[in-house]
Design a protein around this ligand. Structure first.
Ligand code: 6R9
Length: 654
C-alpha cells in the first residue's frame, strides 16, 4: 500500500482539523452533489423518495409519509417483499455474481452466487412453511455468523415471518427471555461453532432455554456446523435435511405492507429488561439501502465487509439488508481478528479484494495496539472507503485508521446511529463533506437531529447537551410510534421536549460545532457500551445481586483502553463469604444471565455501597472511583467513609 495522500489537512474553526475527501473518491461517489442537504431540506419528507427508489415495490406507495403524528406510516400504501428485493430482482443482471462470501473460523470459505442464494432461500422458506410457520409468526435465529443465518433471515422475510436474531454469545436465560418477549415458538440454531479454533456448544444452550419456556418450542431447526451427529428429537430438524427435502421448490415472496414488521431485535434499555425494537419492511429497508449507497458508497460490483456480528443491528442493516438490496457481494467472517494471527483481517481484505470496510472503534484500537506491521504486510489497495460505528472514535485512532488502513486516500465515515434508528443518522457523506477526526459529522440529509439543553433549546456551538431527533425518519421502528411509553420519563437528566410536535431522545450526550458537526460524548443513561455493545447496568446488577453471599451490588462503567468502557461491579458481601469464591460465582452468574461479554472486568468488594441519606446508591461516586476522578462534594452521603475504602480497595487491586 503506498502512502500517497491526496487529502489535505487544514486547521478547522473551533479546533481540531478538517480532512477533505480525495478527489478520486468524489469523482466516483454514489452521492457527490454538494447541494444534497439543501435539496432534501426543501423537499422533506418527499426527499426520501430517493431511498424508496432503490427498491422494487409490488404496489406503489400513496404517500412518502402518512400521518403527521404517531403512528407515522412511511411509504404508506406501498407493498414490497424484502427477500425479493435482496435476492430475486438481482438474478436478471447478476445471477452468477457472488452474493455472500463466507470466511469460517477454521480457515474454510464458502461462496453463494445470487442464484445459489435464491435457491437456498426458497428451499428454506418452503421448509419453514412446512414446519408450520405462518405469516407474522416470529422465528428466533440463535446462530453464529454462518451463511445459513442470512439465508434464514431472507427465508423468513420471504414468507412474511418476522425474525428475531439472538446473538450466539448470549446465554440460555437471555435466549429464553427474548423468545418469551417476542412470543416466538420457532427456533433456528446451530449445534455449535468454533471460537479461536475450539468448538463451542450452542444447541445445549438452546435446549436449556426451551426447557424454561412455558409454551416450549414448536419446532427447532439445527444447522450442523461442528459435524458431530447431534441427536435430534421429533420436533427438531436438521437444516441440511430440510433443504434437501425441498430441493428446487420455490415460494412466492409475500407482498408486505411498507409498515409491516420485517424483524425485531432486542436492545438493552435503561430498565435492564431487554426491549424489543420492531423494524418495518419499507421504511427500514429503504433507510438501510440508501445509507449503504450514500454513506458506505456500496456499488453492485463491490465486495463489502461489515465486521459486526449479524446478531447486532449493525450486521442486520450493513451485512445483510443494505448490501444485498444493492446487489453487492457481502462478506461474512465467523472468526476473531487475531486468530490464527493478528493480521487475519488484512489477509482477508487482501484475499477478497474488499472495497468497503465497516468496523468498530474497539477493533481499530486493538489493531493500533498490535502495530502497523500487520496491515503493512498486506496489499490493501482494493479499499475505497472505511467506516466506523458503535462508540466514539478518538482522533488518534481515526487518523491511524485513515493512514495505515486507508493509505490516506479512503474517506473514513464515523457513523452515529442506534438499534432504534435502524440505520445511520449522523455522519459525513463521503463524496460531499469534509471529515473532522473525532466528530461524527452533520446529520444526514433529511434527518433532523440536534443537540439541545435541558429546556429542549438548541445549544450554542461548543456547548454540550442531549442529542435528539425532532422529525420522523424512514428507519424508525414500529415500537416507537405505537408505544406511547416509549418516551416516558426514565431519567431525571433528560431534556424537556414538550415544545416539539414530536421528538425522540437518543439518550446520548453530544456537542455541536459552528459547522453543525456533532461530536458524541456517550450515553447519559445507565447503559454501558462494552466494545460497541449495549448493556444496562441494572441487567448486570440483577444477576450479581442474585448470587449467594452477595448482599448488595452496583454496576457502573469504567475506562478501558480497548473496549471503550468496562464493567465495574461493586459488591458488598455477607460476612462469612470468601471473596475469591464469590468473584467466581459473580462471573458465572453474569455469564449465565447474559453472556461472557458482560462479565465484570473489575469487582470491588466493599462493606457497604455509598448511599444518600434516603438510601439511594450514589453511582456518581462509584463512577468517579472507577475513573480515578475527583469525587467532588461528598456531603450528600450518609456513609462518606465508604468512598475512601473503595479507593483503597481499587488501589490494592492494581
Ligand atoms: C449501531 C449501534 C447505540 C449506541 C448509541 C451511542 C453509541 C453508536 C456511534 C456511537 C459515538 C458513533 N454509538 N455509534 N457513539 N459515535 N459513531 O451501535 O447500535 O448497539 O443500539 O448502540 O452506541 O451511544 O446510543 P446500538
Amino acid at each position: 500500500m503506498d502512502g500517497e495522500d491526496e487529502s489535505r489537512t487544514q486547521p478547522r474553526v473551533g479546533g481540531g482539523e478538517r480532512v477533505e475527501p480525495p478527489a478520486s473518491f468524489v469523482e466516483q461517489a454514489n452521492v457527490s452533489d454538494p447541494g444534497v442537504r439543501d435539496a432534501f431540506a426543501e423537499d422533506w419528507p418527499d426527499c426520501w423518495r430517493v431511498a424508496a427508489d432503490l427498491l422494487d415495490w409490488t404496489t406503489e406507495y400513496d404517500a412518502v409519509l402518512g400521518g403527521d403524528a404517531p403512528p407515522f406510516r412511511w411509504f404508506d400504501g406501498g407493498e414490497l417483499n424484502a427477500s425479493y428485493n435482496c435476492v430475486d430482482r438481482h438474478l436478471a443482471d447478476r445471477k452468477n455474481q457472488v452474493a455472500i462470501t463466507w470466511e469460517g473460523r477454521l480457515g474454510e470459505s464458502r461462496t453463494y452466487s445470487y442464484l445459489d442464494l435464491y435457491r437456498e432461500v426458497n428451499e428454506f422458506a418452503a421448509a419453514l412453511r412446512e414446519l408450520g410457520v405462518e405469516e407474522d409468526d416470529v422465528v428466533t435465529l440463535y446462530m453464529p455468523v454462518v451463511p445459513e443465518l442470512p439465508v434464514a433471515m431472507l427465508a423468513c422475510a420471504r414468507i412474511g415471518a418476522p425474525h428475531s436474531v439472538v446473538f450466539a454469545g448470549f446465554s440460555a436465560d437471555a435466549l429464553a427471555t427474548r423468545m418469551e418477549s417476542a412470543d416466538s415458538e420457532f427456533l433456528v440454531t446451530c449445534d455449535g461453532y468454533y471460537r479461536r479454533g475450539a468448538p463451542v456448544q450452542l444447541k445445549n444452550k438452546a435446549d436449556n432455554a426451551a426447557i424454561s419456556l412455558d409454551g416450549g418450542v414448536e419446532a427447532t431447526v439445527v444447522v450442523d456446523r461442528l459435524g458431530d451427529d447431534t441427536p435430534l428429537t421429533d420436533d427438531e430438524y436438521d437444516y441440511e435435511g430440510l433443504v434437501t427435502d425441498h430441493r428446487g421448490e420455490t415460494v412466492d415472496p409475500v407482498p408486505r405492507a411498507a409498515t409491516d414488521q420485517l424483524f425485531l431485535i432486542h436492545t438493552s434499555g435503561t430498565t435492564g429488561v431487554p426491549t424489543p425494537v420492531r423494524h418495518t419492511t419499507g421504511g427500514y429497508l429503504a433507510h438501510a439501502a440508501w445509507t449503504s449507497h450514500a454513506v458506505l458508497d456500496v456499488k453492485p460490483a463491490d465486495t463489502h465487509w461489515c465486521s459486526a456480528d449479524i446478531g447486532w443491528i449493525t450486521g442486520h442493516s450493513y451485512t445483510v439488508y443494505g448490501p444485498l438490496a444493492l446487489g453487492a457481494t457481502t462478506m461474512l467472517y465467523e472468526g476473531t481478528p487475531d486468530h490464527p494471527e493478528k493480521d487475519r483481517v488484512w489477509e482477508l481484505i487482501e484475499r477478497n479484494a474488499v472495497d468497503t470496510f465497516y468496523t468498530a472503534p474497539t477493533a481499530i484500537r486493538a489493531f493500533m495496539k498490535w502495530g502497523e506491521s500487520h496491515p503493512d504486510a498486506h496489499d490493501l489497495s482494493s479499499l475505497r472507503l472505511l467506516g466506523t460505528v458503535g462508540e466514539p472514535i478518538n482522533p488518534r485512532a481515526w487518523k491511524w485508521y485513515h493512514e495505515h488502513i486507508g493509505g490516506g486516500d479512503c474517506p473514513v465515515v464515523d457513523t452515529w446511529w442506534q438499534t432504534e434508528t435502524g440505520g445511520m443518522m449522523v455522519t459525513t457523506l463521503p463524496g460531499v463533506d469534509d471529515m473532522k477526526p473525532g466528530s461524527a459529522g452533520p446529520p444526514l440529509p433529511g434527518i433532523d437531529a440536534r443537540v439541545v439543553d435541558t429546556d429542549g433549546d438548541p445549544v450554542e456551538p461548543g456547548e454540550s447537551g442531549f442529542l435528539v431527533v425532532t422529525d420522523p425518519w424512514p428507519g424508525m421502528p414500529l415500537s416507537m410510534v405505537e408505544d406511547d411509553d416509549w418516551f416516558g420519563a426514565r431519567d431525571p437528566a433528560r431534556p424537556d421536549l414538550s415544545d416539539y410536535d414530536w421528538a425522540y431522545f437518543t439518550e446520548d450526550g453530544a456537542t455541536v460545532d459552528e459547522d453543525g458537526y456533532v461530536t458524541l460524548l456517550g450515553r447519559v443513561d445507565d447503559v454501558i457500551n462494552v466494545s460497541g455493545h449495549r448493556f444496562a447496568t441494572m441487567e448486570i446488577e440483577a444477576a450479581i445481586a442474585d448470587v449467594e453471599g452477595v448482599a448488595e451490588a452496583a454496576v457502573v462503567s469504567g475506562p478501558h483502553d480497548l473496549k471503550g468502557q468496562s464493567v465495574y461491579a461493586y459488591a458488598s458481601a455477607v460476612e462469612s463469604a470468601d471473596e475469591d469464591a464469590l468473584r467466581d460465582r459473580i462471573d458465572a452468574a453474569v455469564e449465565d444471565a447474559i453472556g461472557p461479554i458482560a462479565v465484570p472486568d473489575v469487582v470491588v468488594f466493599t462493606p457497604e455501597l455509598p448511599k444518600t441519606r434516603s438510601g439511594k446508591v450514589m453511582r456518581r461516586f462509584l463512577e468517579a472511583v472507577a475513573h480515578d476522578d475527583d469525587l467532588g462534594d461528598t456531603s450528600a452521603l450518609r456513609n462518606p467513609e465508604v468512598v475512601g475504602e473503595l479507593e483503597s480497595a481499587l488501589a490494592d487491586r492494581d
